[in-house]
Design a protein around this ligand. Structure first.
Ligand code: XMP
Length: 511
């Protein structure tokens, strides 16, 4: 299959570049810039993209490439640092910018040479997203200028004969107008891509590969109901049917109707679906524990015990399936200690179940591709597009010690919150939203009587990476409806507050 390699020079948008390429239906992988010429030739990519990076090409410690990379006959698109590196390596001149020359940050009006393959069919002016301290002062031999800004005479350069292209700005970010179209031009006009990467094809290919690999053996999967494990389960079910066993542990900390929804979604496949109703033993294990980390640890341990028991019942399992996705396995391009975070989302699943190998059928997919694959497999939309839900579930959204009564109160309130958010069409604007049962009680009045009940907190955030987040500006009238319904319909709650802290300094969850 045709593929593009993105060589990572340590920029902050590296994964985004790879996603953009795949959005153009071309398969692509991110590799550290240290990849050898032999490895590149073996991979036979139709094009290379050099990412941006924080360094200056003059810094001897900055990442460099073997100049012969430009003689392989493989088209190259250099972005920001990648562009400077190409110019520098091919004997052009790169200079540190001064105020008077070309230091540019942010949105910049840019003029394009639309004869150039990169800008063909696009408007000749537009906004680009710049972020560079160095600039190309002199072009390497054979190169021409294809875009300019007021401050930067060489905002894009190309050598069409050698199929080498460079842009000083970031076409992969949304702020650059027509950035995706420029990437598409590189792929289709320069690299000759035909657009073979579709989820339908991926599905067929992967099903074939899984069948070949698994043969007649058995596979086991811990199904949480989250997007990744659900899609992995559906994919495996499509491939090997009843050779697969999915163990779904209902720890009693799930949202209302959640376990039933997961079970219903998987009933259409001919697989062994084991739902373990373990609420009682989890509540027993966590009895009296109020500390958040102790709760997490207790739940993790108990989960493993349950999984282990089920694994033993099934016996002789050759493969353990995990829902690892691509962002977890991408190696960083910088530094000697390239970290590979594989198996990251599994959180200590046991190796005592008698299995021989780990299967990770989603390991080359981005999250949005996982969702697409789920749709392709016919998983219902509520499973495919759902917001993240922490493994310990509602246990870390009841502050302090847990009781079934508190969990039930939270389940009802959370259900109303989610229902009203969806009704108002706000769910599309939110990255994550949920209710938290605090351990504060306060005085209220209901009818003519005094109440002394729980305070519920509502939390809704917007974020792209869950590392930082902003509190969501939900319209007052929607909050008002939610508050009215919850205090009327849920016994035990007489006060509702809305969390207006961002992350940092708060975190998304309360515990
Ligand atoms: P915080 O609260 O750290 O959460 O801002 C960031 C994201 O991670 C989720 N989260 C968890 N997910 N096990 C999980 O599987 C956990 O223990 C856990 N704690 C937080 C949280 O829901 C948010 O999406």
């Amino acid at each position: 299959m045709e593929k593009v390699l993105v060589l990572d020079f340590g920029g902050q948008y590296n994964q985004l570049i790879a996603r953009r390429v795949r959005e153009c239906h071309v398969y692509c992988e991110v590799k550290p810039y240290t990849i050898s010429l032999e490895e590149i030739q073996k991979a036979a990519p139709i094009g290379l993209i050099f990412t941006g990076g924080p360094n200056s090409v003059y810094d001897p410690a900055s990442p460099h490439v073997d100049p012969r990379i430009f003689e392989l006959g493989i088209p190259v698109l250099g972005i920001c640092y990648g562009c400077q590196l190409m110019a520098y390596t091919l004997k052009g001149q790169v200079m540190p910018a001064t105020e008077a020359t070309a230091r540019e940050y942010g949105k910049t009006q840019t003029h394009f040479e639309t004869q150039d393959a990169l800008f063909r069919g696009l408007p000749d002016t537009g906004i680009t997203w710049m972020s560079h301290g160095d600039y190309i002062a002199k072009l390497p031999e054979g190169f021409g200028v294809t875009a300019t800004t007021d401050a930067c005479p060489n905002a894009a350069i190309s050598h069409p004969g050698k199929k080498l292209y460079g842009v000083q700005y970031h076409p992969e970010v949304n702020h650059t107008e027509n950035g995706l179209a420029m990437i598409r031009n590189f792929l289709y006009e320069v690299c000759g891509a035909t657009g073979q990467w579709t989820m339908g094809d991926y599905l067929q290919r992967t099903v074939r590969q899984i069948r070949e690999k698994v043969g007649t053996e058995k596979a086991l999967l811990a199904l949480s109901g989250g997007v990744d494990s659900s899609v992995a389960a559906a994919l495996m079910a499509e491939a090997i049917g009843d050779q697969l066993t999915c163990v779904f542990v209902d720890h009693g900390f799930l949202r209302r109707k959640e376990a039933e929804e997961v079970e219903a979604a998987f009933s259409k496949w001919n697989l062994h679906f084991v739902r373990v109703n373990a609420e009682a033993r989890f509540l027993e294990k966590l009895k009296g524990i109020a500390d958040p980390e102790a709760k997490r640890k207790g739940i993790g341990e108990e989960f493993i015990r349950v999984f282990e028991e089920e694994g033993k019942k099934i016996g002789k399992v050759a493969f353990l399936v995990q829902g690892t996705i691509y962002p977890d396995v991408i190696e960083s391009g910088l530094g000697d200690a390239a970290v590979i975070k594989s198996h990251h989302n599994v959180g200590g699943l046991p190796d005592y179940v008698d299995f021989r190998e780990i299967l990770e059928p989603l390991r080359m997919l981005f999250k949005d591709e996982v969702r697409q694959l789920g749709r392709e497999l016919g998983l219902p939309e509520y499973l495919v597009s759902r917001q993240p839900f922490p493994g310990p579930g509602l246990a870390i959204r009841v502050i302090g010690d847990l009781t079934k009564e508190k969990l039930d109160i939270l389940r009802e309130a959370d259900f109303i919150f989610r229902e009203e958010i969806a009704k108002a069409g706000e769910d599309k604007n939110l990255s994550q939203y949920f209710a938290v049962l605090t351990n504060t009680r306060s005085v209220g009045v209901m009818g003519d009587g005094r109440t002394y009940d729980h305070t519920l907190a509502l939390r809704a955030v917007t974020t792209s990476d869950f590392m930082t987040a902003d509190w969501a500006r939900i319209p007052y009238e929607v909050l008002d409806r939610i508050s009215g319904r919850i205090v009327n319909e849920v016994r035990g709650i007489n006060r509702i507050v809305y969390d207006i802290t961002s992350k940092p300094p708060a975190t998304i969850e309360w515990e």
